[in-house]
Write a protein that binds this ligand. Structure first.
Ligand SMILES: NC(=O)c1ccc[n+]([C@@H]2O[C@H](COP(=O)([O-])OP(=O)(O)OC[C@H]3O[C@@H](n4cnc5c(N)ncnc54)[C@H](O)[C@@H]3O)[C@@H](O)[C@H]2O)c1
Length: 449
């Protein structure tokens, strides 16, 4: 099948590459000329495990191409995926300008005799498929195209991939959701996805609005699980319970499940924060006060700075001239994405209290340098960052941080103190190693190294 993907960011590049991998001919379109030049010259633009190999193979074999021209990109495409940004606008609503702007241009490019399916993969509020449909019709009519309704269908196909395991998620999705009222679109999209669901995972067909809401409901529910567990962690600290035990105890209940129950310093990334906010705003627009979501967001904001009072108290409420080493900048491991990363908030707070920060992250250093430049300093690896630091703060649970050389850490830090926002280490071990160790929802270890 000939496919076009508009927007070649995290979702677009993974989508395009994975569809090429199953034999389709894919053209990815982006307005970012540098990005397109880089991708066209065979260089990948994001870090995502497993993606580079597929990208190289499919680019070499001519199944994956890149262009800045929308007209060239969609000319022969039967299916056009929109993987465009939907950032929050000033009030927290999803900004649809990117999606609707492209829809407007697509209308002008429809041709007599064509049939194209325009598929919304971006996370968009309920009613967007209808808006996209209407805009395409309107702009086609303005361009003098007759009966444009016959030339295309619109479908909603929200994407559930997780950064860090995006290729696996795309190649073996738990489910594929397709929202469309067109039988033809349903058949074609079903065929396109059939190689990805051979193990029997469902393709769930529904109407456009339900598909649009499904994506927000899924993300908001997961964010709620995280905030709920962070509230339990807060209680554990106050009541002397151990959150790891509580987590295991409750997670073993099949109705609850083990995943997404890990407390920490809050969720971040390009999706949960904006999607929870956008759903809450959509609810308001529909005259409904979705109270849980307000609490989920409030808890998350507080949780990002959960470690700060602990660090301050350790240094007797004076962080001036304290030098802090930071492990982890990405909003989660296995990605270089720093959008809404809790590490950014921690850095801001530490600096505003007079401390200086040196950071290390396996993949996100370039992005953070672009974002905050020389506000902090940077180290080459997880040990260099510790040299002369007063303590270590952990913000991202990269695997390589999980079993470090504790003797080396002690020898490099001025005082053997670790503030761990991701609960990486065993409390007993930290005691034996002699660290002062504070984490989330667990007892404080007051070691004496
Ligand atoms: N990142 C994720 O993990 C994830 C997961 C599921 C769903 N989503 C949703 O998918 C959508 C895209 O997210 P993303 O993370 O890939 O965004 P992104 O910012 O990484 O990529 C968007 C791309 O679109 C390009 N673009 C902007 N305007 C354009 C235009 N007019 N024509 C062509 N290209 C244009 C940008 O240059 C950029 O490369 C969002 O709605 C997001 O909520 C994201």
């Amino acid at each position: 099948m000939n496919i076009s993907v508009i927007g070649t960011g995290y979702v677009g590049l993974v989508t395009g590459t994975c569809f090429a991998e199953t034999g389709n001919k894919v053209i990815c379109v982006d307005i970012d000329e540098k990005k397109v030049a880089r991708l066209s010259s065979g260089k990948i633009t994001i870090f995502e495990p497993g993606l580079e190999k597929l990208f190289e193979r499919n680019s070499k074999e001519g199944r994956l191409q890149f262009t800045t021209s929308l007209a060239d990109g969609i000319r022969n495409a039967q299916v056009i995926f929109l993987a465009l940004p939907t950032p929050p606008d000033g009030d927290g609503y999803a900004d649809l300008n990117f999606v609707l702007g492209v829809a407007d241009n697509l209308g002008k490019l429809l041709k007599k005799g064509d049939y194209k399916i325009i598929v919304d993969k971006s996370t968009v509020p309920v009613g967007t498929a209808e808006k996209v449909h209407n805009i395409i019709v309107q702009s086609a009519i303005e361009a003098g195209i007759e009966n444009p309704e016959k030339l295309f269908d619109v479908a909603s196909n929200p994407e559930f991939l997780r950064e860090g395991v995006a290729v696996d998620d795309f190649m073996k999705p738990d489910r594929v959701v397709i929202g469309t009222s067109s039988e033809k679109a349903k058949d074609i999209l079903g065929q396109l996805y059939s190689p990805f669901v051979r193990q029997g995972n469902p393709v769930i067909y529904m109407d456009e609005k339900s598909a649009e809401l499904t994506k927000y409901a899924a993300n908001a529910f997961l964010a709620t699980k995280i905030s709920f567990m962070n509230e339990i962690a807060q209680l554990c600290e106050r009541l002397g319970a151990e959150v790891d035990m509580v987590r295991k105890g409750m997670g073993s209940d099949e109705r609850i499940g083990r995943r997404f129950l890990f407390p920490g310093i809050g969720y971040g990334g390009s999706c949960f924060p904006k999607d929870v906010k956008a759903l809450s705003k959509s609810a308001q627009q529909a005259d409904y006060n979705f109270r849980i979501l307000e609490a989920v967001m409030e808890v998350n904001e507080k949780q990002k700075v959960h470690l700060l009072p602990k660090i301050k108290s350790y240094f007797k409420n004076d962080l001036t001239n304290k030098h802090i080493a930071l492990w982890g900048l990405a909003f989660k491991p296995n990605t270089d994405d720093i959008r809404e990363a809790p590490a950014l908030k921690i850095i801001e707070e530490l600096i505003s209290h007079g401390a200086s920060v040196t950071a290390y992250d396996p993949e996100a250093m370039a992005n953070i340098k672009r974002e905050i430049g020389d506000k902090i300093s940077y180290a080459e690896n997880q040990y260099d960052v510790l040299k002369g630091a007063d303590c270590l703060v952990i913000a991202t649970e990269w695997s390589e941080f999980r079993t470090p050389d504790f003797d080396k850490i002690k020898s490099l830090l001025k005082s053997a103190a670790i503030f761990d926002g991701r609960n990486l280490f065993d409390l007993q071990q930290m005691k034996e190693e002699g660290f002062h160790y504070e984490s989330v929802g667990r007892a404080v270890v007051k070691g004496e190294a």
